[in-house]
Write a protein that binds this ligand. Structure first.
Ligand code: PMP
Length: 453
């Protein structure tokens, strides 16, 4: 029988892990954790050690691992039809899911375009927006506006609108030019305003850009309320409301990348609900299948759709389609996920958990190196700093986040950091006492690591 050590050796020999400096495994005693199974909020490694999945396995898992109802639907669908193309053919799970998505998102949304993951949902949105203007006779509207430190995926189109150096810098010669506005990063406000007490003055930068260049701008793309990959940086919904107003005033489309936020993560189905707005196009993925199988959707309105709707000969077709577009197993699981969310009142039941998370986050205030504590719905984040007064950041070489991760893992929690930000993004089925346990492990890990440093 192959031993655990042999599996790990084979892993290091054959698997190139994402976002990972593989040499690091060689140089340290830390090796990838070999997960064998999952149940609810827990992951179990091959030795039977269990870990609370504090980051929902990269923000995807909502209803727990190996969920009985989802497992059943998945196997039943596989026995009927595992995959079929979606051009000239269709199937009930794709139709049912699209109907549910349109009903959930409300007017004016009317059409669902499927793809495979968050990055492809964004690619679709960008191409759709540009082709819309092209077919409206305005091909010069070709620029996209996005925020500094934004993240919209790893494919070249989504990297183009991204703004995080580690994902983008090397590829600058390959990506298309975009326009950037300063992100509303409230803890380190670019305008030096006091957190939570401003009147969103940073919107002036967006307004000025739109005013001068609206004739060339196709769309602005945003991560709503939370810039996830930047380190769970959060901003008020009023910013989004103002962006919508400006997009309307200057005839610019608004693309809302809800890939990480949709389906309850913020405490509502969609983050745009907090801002009382509707984007022109929005992207969903991750939680759509409760984190089970890759699936994504780009959802839009008749205004956009009608610009593509014409005789075949006019060549207005949207020529975009992935092999696995609208995969039946993924769609069936997504339908079941949305049924469970409705029948089990999942969003309403998040309220006491969100309150519990808030209470638990407050306890971190007495730690000397926790600079900022932020929360949006079922996301809590702690920004660790060298000096609380000056907000002096830790340097990459300090490896603070990574060391907290290793310490927490030893104590049964998976808390994969983003740089020096430790965040909690557990599956929605987590219980209040488990939120306490998870945050306590993090508290102790941060205390130990920062005191040592
Ligand atoms: N958009 C946002 C806002 C994301 O957070 C992510 C992934 N973290 C993506 C797009 C890309 O999604 P995927 O990794 O599924 O391609």
């Amino acid at each position: 029988m192959t031993t655990k050590e042999e599996w790990i050796q084979k892993d290091l020999k054959y698997v190139w892990h994402p976002d990972t400096q593989m040499k690091q495994y060689e140089d340290s005693d830390f090796k990838p954790v070999l997960i064998e199974r999952g149940e609810g909020i827990y992951l179990y490694d091959i030795d039977g050690n269990k870990y609370i999945d504090g980051v929902s396995s990269w923000w995807v898992n909502t209803l727990g691992h190996s969920n009985e109802k989802l497992n059943k639907v998945l196997t039943q669908q596989a026995e009927k039809i595992e995959h079929v193309l979606l051009a000239d053919f269709t199937h009930i799970p794709a139709i049912e899911l699209a109907e549910r998505l349109i009903k959930l998102s409300g007017e004016p949304f009317s059409k669902v375009f499927y793809s495979d993951d968050g990055s492809t949902a964004v690619e679709v949105a960008l191409k759709m927006a540009y082709q819309y203007w092209y077919q409206k006779g305005k091909p010069e509207k070709k620029y996209f506006v996005s925020m500094t430190e934004s993240y919209h995926g790893d494919t070249l189109g989504s990297v183009s609108v991204g703004g995080i150096d580690i994902y983008k810098k090397i590829f600058n010669p390959l990506v298309f030019e975009t326009l950037k506005v300063s992100a509303p990063y409230c803890y380190r406000c670019p305008q030096n305003k006091e957190q939570c007490k401003c009147s969103i003055d940073c919107i002036a930068e967006v307004e000025s850009l739109f005013k001068h260049r609206h004739n060339e701008i196709a769309a602005m793309i945003v991560e709503p309320l939370v810039q996830g990959a930047a380190g769970m940086r959060m901003y008020p919904p009023q910013y989004l409301t103002k962006v919508r107003e400006l997009c309307d005033r200057y005839d610019i489309l608004l693309i809302d990348d809800e890939v990480a936020m949709a389906f309850g993560r913020t405490g509502k189905y969609f983050a745009f609900e907090y801002a009382n707005i509707k984007p022109d196009i929005f992207c969903v993925a991750k939680g759509i299948t409760a984190g089970y199988i890759p699936l994504a959707a780009t959802i839009t309105t008749d205004k956009i759709y009608n610009a593509f709707y014409d005789d075949f000969s006019t060549l207005k077709t949207f020529y975009h389609g992935h092999s696995f577009t609208g995969n039946p197993i993924a769609c069936a699981v997504a339908v079941e996920n949305l049924k469970i969310m409705e029948q089990e009142n999942i969003i309403e039941n998040l309220k006491p958990k969100i309150t519990k998370l808030k209470q638990c986050l407050e306890k971190f205030r007495d730690l000397a190196h926790v600079g900022d504590i932020r929360q949006t719905g079922m996301i809590g984040a702690l920004e660790l700093v060298k000096n609380k007064e000056t907000k002096e950041p830790y340097q990459f070489e300090d490896r603070i986040g990574h060391n907290v991760f290793k310490e927490a893992l030893k104590n049964g929690a998976l808390l994969r950091p983003i740089g020096n930000v430790i965040y909690f993004m557990p599956p929605y089925i987590i219980k209040n006492e488990e939120i306490e346990k998870l945050t306590k492990i993090a508290y102790n890990a941060i205390k130990i690591v920062t005191e040592k440093n």
